[in-house]
Structure formats: C-alpha cells, structure tokens
Design a protein around this ligand. Structure first.
Ligand code: NAD
Length: 268
C-alpha cells in the first residue's frame, strides 16, 4: 500500500504534512507521489479537488482521505490534531472504501474533435460575454432553450457546493444521479425555462448545443477552461467512481447538519 500527501501549501498545512510524514515513517508506511493507492489531502475541500484531478489517471486504484486545516469540509473531515489517529488507522489496515458517483462531461468541437472530462463537484457553463443561450436536450429530446447567466451540472457530493448556492437540492451520494441547476435564467412573456433544478438518473443524458455564440467559459470543480468552437456538451453519470477511505463513520446527513445548520439548532 503506497501513499501520497497533497497539501494546500500554506504554513499550517505544510506543518501538518511534515508531522504526517513523520508518523508514516514511524509506521513504515511507503510513500509514492506518482502512483499512490491512498492520497491524504491536507487543507480543505479545494485541496481534495486538486488531489482528485492530479490522480485522475489512477481513478480506479487511488482512494482519498481529507484532513482540514481550516473549517470542516465535505471531503476534508479529519481534524489536523487527529493525524496521529489517522496514521495509526492507515497502518492498521484493512479499511473500508466508499465509492460515490462522478459527472462525465463530453465536449464536441465543431472541427469534429472531442474532449472528455470528469468532475467531482460540478461543471458550470457560462458565456464569455452577454447572455448564455443554449438549446437543451434531455434524453435525446429537445427540452428547452435556456437564456441566462449559466448552468451548473453537479454530482451528488457536489450538490452541497455551488449547486446548493443556486437553490439546488442536496442529494445523498449513494444515489447515482446528476443535477442541472440554472443561474439567473431569463423568464418573461417571451422566454421561458423550467426554473426548477432537474435531477437525472444514471443512463440519462443532458445534451446542450450553443444557440448563437459557440465560445464558453467552462469550470470543472476548481478548474476554469476557455473553450471555443463548441458543437455540443453532453453530461451523464460517469462509469468511474471516486473512492474515499473510511476509517470511521461520518453519516452524510450529520455532515450536512454540521456544515449548514447551527449546532444549537436542536429544536425546542
Ligand atoms: P474554495 O476552496 O474557496 O471553495 C469554495 C467553498 O466551497 C469552500 O468553502 C469549500 O469548503 C466549499 N466546497 C467545496 N466542495 C464542496 C462540497 N462538495 N460540498 C460543500 N462545500 C464544498 O474554492 P475552490 O478550491 O476553487 O473550490 C471550487 C469549488 O468551489 C467548486 O467546485 C464549487 O463547488 C465551489 N464554488 C461555490 C460557489 C458558491 O457557493 N457560490 C461559487 C463558485 C465555486
């Protein structure tokens, strides 16, 4: 079993990384930056997103665990003061792996080329200027023409991130689905969109075609891409899954409550 550590690279995360490396040496845990079986991310959710994209070529082999050096994260749920316990749990082996759905994004360009991406949180589409206008197909049938600021297409684990800020639903990550949420759609007597977040099951696709401008600003988690000459973008639940190492239970709804509902909000 080989390990790598991804740090946020601020002073605190670097210190925690050094401590973690010392624990790993004590427990004779082998490190491998290139081909790790387990990646310990030290920082925040953003650090885990970086680790996920860095090791995407090993998605079937690599599992992740997150330590937070700031506030409690959705992916980073170990405290920096608990890393001795984490190193011990890692050394003890075996451990449980939980797998969650990812989003596949397939971009087709007008020259016939295509690019495939995987997102852990979400993909967003925005125009590079002016109103974004897209024709949207659900499961190969025309659904609507969207006009507005943008679209956010998220995974269940990403449903608590950007999607939540857009009024999307929180989806339990055992549900294999993806969600499409609007960013400020234009709705009046002339233009109309559904207005509600849509949740699509596995094997359903959402396909968008530019209606006008074919250049977009696309984000994949923390990454931002300027894409030009786009023919279409297809979203679906990816065949691959993200793998997290679970050393102790932390039920999803507890995580949601701890992150978004005040501690003292326990009813009367
Ligand atoms: P960042 O590290 O500043 O992250 C932004 C915030 O999103 C942090 O508080 C982080 O803890 C939280 N976050 C990330 N993933 C989460 C998840 N799955 N569930 C709940 N909270 C989560 O910025 P970054 O490193 O560039 O992270 C990129 C992410 O930021 C994107 O994937 C997107 O989801 C999120 N984001 C959110 C908004 C918003 O809420 N309005 C806007 C842009 C981006």
């Amino acid at each position: 079993m080989k390990f790598a550590i991804q740090s946020k690279e601020d002073v605190l995360s670097e210190n925690v990384k050094k401590q973690m490396e010392r624990y790993f040496q004590d427990f004779q845990i082998e490190m491998d930056e290139e081909n790790p079986d387990i990646v310990v991310s030290i920082g925040g959710d953003g650090t885990l997103l970086q680790a996920f994209h860095r090791y995407q070529h090993r998605i079937k082999e690599t599992a992740f665990v997150g330590v937070h050096t700031g506030h409690l994260g959705f992916y980073a749920d170990w405290l920096s003061t608990e890393i001795d316990k984490l190193a011990e749990a890692i050394a003890r082996n075996p451990f449980e792996i939980v797998e969650y759905p990812l989003l596949e994004v397939l971009i087709r360009y007008r020259d016939g080329e295509d690019s495939r991406f995987i997102a852990l949180n979400e993909c967003t589409i925005k125009s590079k200027g002016g109103t974004l206008v897209l024709d949207i197909q659900m499961k190969n049938k025309y659904f609507e023409t969207f006009r507005g600021d943008g679209l956010c297409v998220s995974t269940p684990t990403g449903s608590t991130a950007y999607n939540k800020a857009l009024g999307g639903a929180i989806i339990h990550p055992t549900i294999e689905a993806f969600q499409v949420t609007e960013m400020a759609s234009i709705n009046n007597r002339v233009f109309r969109t559904i207005g509600s977040p849509l949740i699509l099951p596995k094997h359903h696709t959402c396909l968008i075609h530019p209606n006008g401008d074919t250049d977009f600003q696309i984000t994949l988690d923390h990454l931002s891409l300027d894409e030009e000459n786009i023919q279409s973008i297809q979203f679906r639940v990816a065949d691959e899954k993200v793998r997290f190492v679970r050393f102790r239970p932390f039920p999803f709804w507890n995580r949601v409550r701890d992150a978004f509902v005040a501690d003292d909000n326990r009813g009367i």
